[in-house]
Design a protein around this ligand. Structure first.
Ligand code: C2E
Ligand code: CA
Ligand code: CA
Ligand code: CA
Length: 280
């Protein structure tokens, strides 16, 4: 909160000043991060409850000099506000396509998996977003159906007409869409029906409470029934314990993502996991 001095001149308390400084310094460091090659994609498996890996999500990591690894939760909001999310998001998309191409040409045909990439609203709504995606698919000679874009309900609420238009264009290239953090926002069932969405990702807040008192299984059950009616896939996020996995299975949700199966890991580690788990 800003306090006002006698002459109506605003001054800031020292702790606020520190917060502002930290933010500015993060923003400046972010500006240099792409050039400095400080970003890396980590990969987290999506697992069919007691079977193979059926998908994978790319998660951005920033190796910030002198800070170690910084979580995207800390810098994505700053990147969004400063507009840096555009070049960063572009790097993510390009790198994801490059990774898919590597995996496809690897001996042993490691992964024929589709890769899910997080796309923030500002990135999604940039005028040439569809073209960019198409360019990368062409560059690496990838079929569009290997790429799934994870968007949040925020994207839909911002401008549903424009969102639909872009999604339909991308769907023509074969791309699929997942609705991230599902259940935490306000998307109406109409949106789900009108848009080419193929996957709902149950937010981890519902999963983490599954084994506790405040029972979220009614919500999960509702999501499962919506998904069934609209013919959507469901992925449960943040599955940490066997109890949660068991309950999700009982509720009909069989594709899980979470620490119980694997933490997000660098590419070599993820590919090794793929080889062991999908060996048969
Ligand atoms: P998200 O898309 O909801 O991703 C899931 C987050 O949950 C990831 O955090 C993941 O590491 C974490 N997670 C996975 N399994 C578990 C589990 O079993 N327990 C717990 N407690 N957490 C689990 P992460 O990697 O820190 O990413 C945070 C958020 O940052 C993501 O949330 C996503 O919204 C955003 N993000 C990450 N990468 C990108 C990116 O490339 N572009 C954009 N625009 N946003 C990104
Ligand atoms: Ca996600
Ligand atoms: Ca999520
Ligand atoms: Ca989330």
């Amino acid at each position: 909160v800003k306090e006002h001095g006698r002459n109506g001149i605003a001054f800031y308390r020292p702790d606020m000043l520190n917060a502002v400084r930290a933010r500015l310094s993060t923003e400046n460091a972010l500006r240099k991060a792409l050039e400095g090659n400080e970003f890396e994609l980590y990969y987290q498996a999506q697992v069919d409850s007691d079977g193979p890996i059926v998908g994978v999500e790319a998660l951005l990591r920033w190796h910030r000099p002198e800070h170690g690894m910084v979580s995207p939760g800390e810098f994505i909001p700053i990147a969004e506000e400063s507009g840096l999310i555009l070049p960063i998001g572009d790097w993510v998309l390009h790198s994801a396509c490059a990774a898919l191409a590597r995996w496809r040409s690897a001996p042993g045909g490691v992964c024929d998996l589709s890769l899910s990439v997080n796309v923030s609203p500002r990135q999604f709504f940039q005028p040439d977003f569809v073209e960019r995606v198409h360019t990368y698919l062409e560059e690496y000679d990838l079929p569009g159906d290997k790429l799934e874009l994870e968007i949040t309900e925020g994207v839909l609420l911002d401008d549903i007409t424009e969102a639909r238009c872009k999604m339909q264009q991308l769907a023509e290239y074969g791309l699929r869409f997942a609705l991230d953090d599902f259940g935490t926002g306000y998307s109406s069932l109409r949106y789900l029906q009108q848009l080419p969405i193929s996957t709902l990702k149950i937010d981890q807040s519902f999963v983490s409470d599954l084994n506790k008192e405040g029972d979220h299984s009614a919500i999960v059950l509702t999501i499962m029934s919506v998904a069934q009616h609209l013919d959507l896939k469901v992925v449960a996020e943040g599955v940490e314990t066997p109890e949660q996995a068991g309950l999700l299975d009982e509720l009909g949700c069989h594709v899980h993502q979470g620490y119980r199966y694997s933490k997000p890991a660098d590419e070599a580690t993820f590919l090794a996991l793929c080889n062991t788990r999908n060996a048969s």
